[in-house]
Design a protein around this ligand. Structure first.
Ligand code: AMP
Ligand code: MN
Ligand code: MN
Ligand code: MN
Length: 286
């Protein structure tokens, strides 16, 4: 298990595919003495909006989101940090991603129908809050109906890469997402660059494009990632002059291997996005 830290810039609530409510998540962060927290739900700020009204002694919350984006016909994830969550270009992007999620959900359900699983759209929607429909909600429905023993198996059989539920989706382009986050005063972070099944050379091209498009940081350390990957991503951060970000990608206490605030430590020489955020907070309060 990776060590506990006092910053987490990547985690989820039940406003997307996490299991805790925003209030429960913030209470957990407070209990763990996490000083700075960003709730980064997939394509929504609904969880952040609920949590921003709360006041906890040990934890300061900044705005966050994890956008799904298209790059070279593939889906990559971009975390937005410390932006204006009421900005109209961000809200428009969220609305268009919500529609993309619902359209994808219809396609997934149609595809599952072909192998005898009916009514999966309505079933998955039962698990989704605020119409923010995730493949995880399909997985939960498939488990409930006995088509898989757990979420992991549901992905392996039906929803993961190359399976029938892995349908094409038109997310916003990567450049578009970065521009909107920047326009709303925020910082863009390329999430878990090692999690897309790309080889080393394609990861390098991805980081290069991400920075050319105006990105600010890459997630050098993510959740359960091993030290070797962290070293490789640290090297890319140095080469492309990226700030370094880190987060657990926490979704649920049931996933015991991925705890809030836990990830392998960032190499000390890297410029950290958390230091930039701290400075922004300091300047706002003076
Ligand atoms: P979506 O954004 O709706 O495509 O769902 C992607 C989410 O599904 C990720 O953020 C993970 O939380 C989860 N996920 C992806 N792959 C797997 C897997 N193999 N097993 C369990 N959960 C997964
Ligand atoms: Mn997720
Ligand atoms: Mn992600
Ligand atoms: Mn995530």
């Amino acid at each position: 298990m990776n060590p506990a830290t006092n910053i987490d810039f990547h985690c989820h609530t039940n406003a997307s595919d996490g299991s805790l409510s925003p209030t429960e998540l913030l209470a957990l962060a407070n209990e763990r003495n996490i000083e700075l927290l960003a709730i980064t739900d997939h394509d929504t700020v609904a969880g952040f909006n609920e949590a921003r009204t709360l006041d906890f002694e040990n934890t300061r919350l900044i705005s966050g989101i994890e956008f799904s984006a298209t790059w070279q016909s593939r889906c990559v994830h971009i975390v937005g940090l410390d932006f204006d969550a009421d900005n109209s270009d961000i809200l428009d992007a969220i609305q268009s991603q919500k529609i993309a999620r619902l359209q994808r959900g219809r396609k997934i359900a149609a595809s599952l129908e072909q192998c005898g699983i009916s009514d999966a759209f309505a079933g998955a929607m039962e698990f989704a809050s605020d119409d923010n429909l995730s493949r995880v909600h399909f997985a939960e429905h498939l488990v409930k109906e006995g088509h898989a023993k757990d979420t992991k198996q549901a992905f392996k059989r039906y929803l993961g890469a190359g399976k029938r539920g892995d349908v094409r989706t038109d997310w916003l382009g990567m450049e578009n997402v970065i521009a909107r986050i920047k326009g709303a005063g925020g910082l863009s972070v390329l999430a878990h660059p090692d999690a897309y099944n790309f080889g080393a050379s394609r990861i390098r091209t991805l980081v290069s494009d991400f920075m050319d498009f105006g990105g600010n940081a890459i997630e050098v350390s993510s959740g359960t990632q091993d030290e070797k990957t962290t070293r490789l991503l640290a090297k890319l951060a140095r080469e492309f002059n990226c700030l370094a970000s880190a987060g657990s990608d926490f979704h649920s206490p049931a996933q015991r291997w991925r705890n809030l605030g836990c990830y392998s430590p960032l190499p000390l020489d890297l410029a950290k996005v958390s230091d930039v955020v701290r400075e922004r907070i300091r300047l706002r309060s003076t």
